[in-house]
Design a protein around this ligand. Structure first.
Ligand code: C5P
Length: 228
């Protein structure tokens, strides 16, 4: 299991200060989302790598477009030198194949994950779009991603084990809505502790607020890494 820290602070300066405070930890991933990347772009990725070149970077862009446009964007992402990014599973099998084929020429291509169901959906709003329950569709999307050569999926910790059973133990699961030691769920619907995430074979717990809102993020990460 590898910790993925969500860099969701309101400015590049604050995100970089957080990263700086965690630079003694070699084995962690940093999640760069829409907000940070749209605002701070490629120089932000470079600044993170400068703080610790062993930080792994997950660019959370959730691509969704026609297959060729997604493949073009994936190639640009690979050129940024990030270690992992994601696309929406609902962009379909052809988009997945096209993206993976385009990246196959890169020696150290980034890992590619597919978003199954956004955690903000409840069952009703999800089925009004996808016509199925979240659990069933997430499994179906995961199988499709696995069959088309992706490396894993973004899903809820509660779906991680079933997804691995339907695909492979080595098919990665990256799961937000983790409250390591039972902290406040805030706006997340179904939160899981680290203990549960471990039981559910989660590969990447994504943790934001429980780290950056802590009075001592460095100490919090230490506790999380010990628990992992
Ligand atoms: O602060 P917290 O630990 O809840 O942050 C979770 C992170 O995971 C945020 O960056 C959020 O955007 C992201 N995320 C999520 N649910 C998804 C996909 C991403 O919470 N389905």
């Amino acid at each position: 299991m590898k910790l993925c820290v969500a860099l969701d602070l309101p400015s590049a300066k604050e995100n970089l200060e957080l990263a700086e405070s965690l630079k003694s930890y070699d084995n962690i991933w940093m999640k760069v989302g829409f907000r940070a990347y749209i605002r701070d772009g490629k120089p932000f990725i470079e600044a993170l790598k400068k703080i610790n070149q062993n930080f792994k970077i997950f660019l959370d862009m959730k691509l969704y477009d026609i297959p060729n446009t997604m493949a073009d964007a994936s190639e640009e992402i690979a050129k940024l030198g990030v270690d992992m990014f994601n696309i929406h599973a609902s962009s379909g099998a052809v988009a997945m194949k096209t993206v993976m084929k385009r990246l196959s020429t890169y020696e150290n291509r980034p890992l590619v994950l597919a978003v199954t169901a956004l955690t903000s959906f409840d069952e009703d709003s999800f089925s009004s779009i996808y016509g199925e329950s979240i659990g069933e569709k997430a499994k179906e999307f995961a199988k499709m991603s696995y069959e088309n050569g992706l490396d894993g999926v973004v899903c809820s910790a509660f779906e991680s084990r079933a997804i691995k059973e339907a695909t492979s133990d080595s098919f990665l699961t990256l799961c937000p809505a983790i409250r390591p030691f039972g902290e406040d769920a805030e706006d997340q619907q179904r939160v899981a502790t680290l203990e549960l995430a471990k039981k559910e074979m989660v590969d990447f717990p994504v943790i934001g607020r429980p780290i950056y809102r802590d009075i001592n993020p460095k100490e919090k990460v230490k506790r999380i890494l010990e628990a992992i």
